[in-house]
Design a protein around this ligand. Structure first.
Ligand code: PFF
Length: 455
């Protein structure tokens, strides 16, 4: 594909919604609440916000400029910008990370379909909290059902990907993102007005620093990268479809604000809801699958139709959020195969979908019949989550910041960030300072600390 016939997002809004669509996903609504719950609440959120501002936004701008300048998939981008060097491995690692994330992310995305099905068929009606816990456990460890939904979800993603960038990714994001936002607002209002919701709000707003240890920092950093879709060339790939007029700094700021806002709103749904029915916030990955159906039943016990509507709405919201993200991860790997191995987009997408289905099946089974098979004490699903979110994404972010801050030609960086001098970017020097010093040092310190070397 030559520079001129390369696909492009058709509008500024499309650029923001597609990028925000990638960022906003299960990371915000499923992962953020349970990580916050596991790490003690408000103190974790403050450290998380620090990571978003100090590391996330500058690294997002760096990924944008690498992608837009090179007009290539993430692996191709490093090859173009640093030909003949080892930097190409950064791009390749990104593609691998994307593939690994997609395979376990789709397992959870598949769960959302089961819960939509349950909600639609009124399967939540009359269940007690214990029954919700038991039915989640029996569903997620069932060898067949989760796999069926996983396959369906990946086929849905595949279908949008083969439609292409403008007609598939951009158009679907323009419909799904506003829908998601409306549903989330309605649910926040509903959750905070539940009896006993105050304890959940306090958990979110009152920091308890006695719970802060090195794990919290690694958790917050990993969550920031995961949630902002950073460290695996995803926004770099999307930026290769931006046009020359896109303001990279402003786009990064919009995506960062939308993503953080939605994560916090999700917190305002889940914690008031969990506390109000007496469920512990550290229930882990199952948190939203056991709390929410329960909440809707209890909150609207006198008005079952509302319980029905809100349950359906919530899981549709989750599925939409997941879909705009799975599309973006799929695109990283598809664009790589399509451009580097010169295969058609459809064929490339087929390989990605098939590969993810196979790995996804093992991830799914690791929560049930293959529970006994572990590596470093973790089953496949947990291992992939730990390895990608806590190691590979921050490592990718570290390398992106070093590449942009130290390796790339300063003029190239300047002309991308300022659109050849036509934009005033007052924080330009700050961005460069962070990419050169702050990000590499902060990420390395968090890694070293976690390995226990500083203790
Ligand atoms: N940011 C997505 C979420 O929060 O659910 C997940 C994700 C998408 C991670 C794309 C990484 C990525 F490249």
């Amino acid at each position: 594909m030559t520079k001129n016939d390369r696909a492009n997002f058709g509008s500024k809004l499309g650029v923001i919604l597609a990028s925000a669509g990638s960022a906003v996903g299960l990371g915000n609504i499923w992962r953020f609440p349970y990580e916050t719950g596991n790490h003690g609440g408000a103190a974790f959120i403050l450290i998380y916000l620090g990571c978003v501002i100090l590391l996330g936004l500058p690294i997002m701008i760096a990924e944008f400029l690498i992608g837009r300048h090179s007009q290539a998939n993430t692996a191709g981008a490093y090859q173009k910008l640093a030909p003949g060097t080892q930097w190409r491995w950064v791009g390749r690692m990104s593609v691998l990370t994307g593939f690994l994330i997609l395979s376990y992310y789709s397992v959870v995305a598949g769960w959302t379909l089961e819960y939509i099905f349950e909600a639609l068929t009124n399967g939540f009606a009359g269940k007690s909290p214990e029954q919700f816990i038991a039915s989640f456990q029996s569903f997620s460890s069932n060898p067949w059902r989760p796999i069926l939904w996983l396959v369906l979800f990946l086929l849905g993603t595949h279908f949008i990907i083969v439609k292409g960038v403008e007609k598939g990714i951009e158009k679907s994001s323009k419909i799904m993102m506003p829908t998601l936002f409306i549903i989330i607002l309605v649910l926040v209002v509903c959750a905070v007005s539940l009896p006993g919701a105050g304890a959940g709000i306090e958990f979110l707003l009152k920091p308890d620093f006695s719970k802060v240890d090195s794990d919290v920092f690694l958790g917050a950093m990993g969550q920031a990268f995961f949630s902002l879709s950073l460290g695996m060339g995803c926004l770099c790939t999307y930026a290769s479809y931006f046009n020359k007029k896109t303001n990279l700094t402003r786009t990064a700021l919009s995506v960062g604000v939308i993503d953080t806002f939605i994560a916090i709103l999700a917190g305002f749904i889940i914690f008031p809801a969990a506390f109000s029915v007496g469920i512990q916030p550290d229930a882990g990955p199952s948190l939203i699958f056991i709390t929410l159906p329960n909440v809707f039943q209890q909150a609207f016990s006198g008005i079952p139709i509302l319980a029905y509507i809100f349950s359906v709405m919530f899981y549709v919201l989750l599925a939409l959020a997941a879909l705009t993200s799975t599309i973006s991860i799929h695109e990283v790997v598809t664009a790589y195969l399509h451009e580097e191995f010169k295969m058609s987009r459809t064929k490339a997408a087929r390989y990605v979908t098939a590969g993810c289905i196979i790995l996804g099946i093992f991830s799914s089974l690791s929560l049930g019949v293959m529970k006994g098979y572990t590596l470093f004490g973790l089953g496949m699903f947990d291992l992939l989550d730990f390895l990608t979110a806590k190691i590979m994404l921050p490592l990718g972010g570290l390398l992106v910041s070093i590449f942009t801050g130290w390796y790339l030609d300063k003029k190239l960086v300047w002309s991308e960030i300022t659109n050849d001098g036509t934009l005033k970017v007052p924080v330009y020097k700050l961005i460069i300072f962070i990419l050169k010093y702050v990000a590499p040092i902060a990420i390395s310190v968090i890694f070293i600390n976690e390995l226990g070397l500083l203790k």
